[in-house]
Design a protein around this ligand. Structure first.
Ligand SMILES: *[C@@H]1O[C@H](CO)[C@@H](O)[C@H](O)[C@H]1NC(C)=O
Ligand SMILES: *[C@@H]1O[C@H](CO)[C@@H](O)[C@H](O)[C@H]1NC(C)=O
Length: 157
């Protein structure tokens, strides 16, 4: 009886792992299709699509390095506690993408007080998105609820 139980368990486990393998193959082939957008790449890495504005022209993803081409310089507003912050991207913006973070970011700034200050890292921790100013003495980090980036924003110009 005990042997029968063990056999049954083995069979069930085999079926389960076969099904699992089959489903991950399906997922991969859906993902590597050229139809994945830059917004999809963000979401696959647990980052909100709204980190990129509407109108992305193209992107290149190579060994975790993503580079996105926008139609031009892009400003968009993010509101936090009633205050508007402008995020500004160069026509070419990129960095290294990993689950929950972008590092070595280039082409990205945020307006704080009166200056546009570069940020070089974006982290997601829980429901917060933090932008990090890297070496900047005046700007360590700024956090926004992830919901601020749930949808892509239109560029102001
Ligand atoms: C964006 O925010 C700035 C203030 O930081 C404001 O002057 C501007 O009108 C806002 N633009 C839009 C489209 O809301
Ligand atoms: C954000 O900056 C503050 C100082 O302004 C610092 O105390 C805090 O540790 C920083 N948080 C992260 C996640 O880097």
């Amino acid at each position: 009886m005990a042997i029968m139980h063990h056999l049954l368990l083995v069979v069930v486990l085999l079926i389960a792992s076969t099904l699992h393998a089959a489903s991950s193959v399906t997922t991969n082939s859906a993902v590597d299709a050229t139809s994945a957008t830059a917004y999809d790449i963000l979401e696959q890495n647990n980052l909100p699509r709204g980190l990129l504005p509407l109108g992305v022209k193209s992107y290149v993803l190579r060994q975790g390095a993503i580079e996105v081409t926008l139609p031009g310089l892009c400003d968009f507003n993010v509101t936090l506690a009633g205050q508007q912050y402008i995020i500004r991207y160069d026509p070419t913006v990129g960095g290294l993408i990993r689950p929950g973070s972008l590092t070595q970011v280039y082409g990205a700034r945020i307006q704080l007080a009166f200056d546009f200050l570069a940020f070089d890292q974006v982290d997601r921790v829980g429901d917060q998105i933090s932008l990090h100013g890297g070496d900047n003495k005046f700007f360590k980090n700024k956090s926004f609820p992830v919901s601020n980036f749930a949808q892509s924003h239109k560029c102001n110009k």
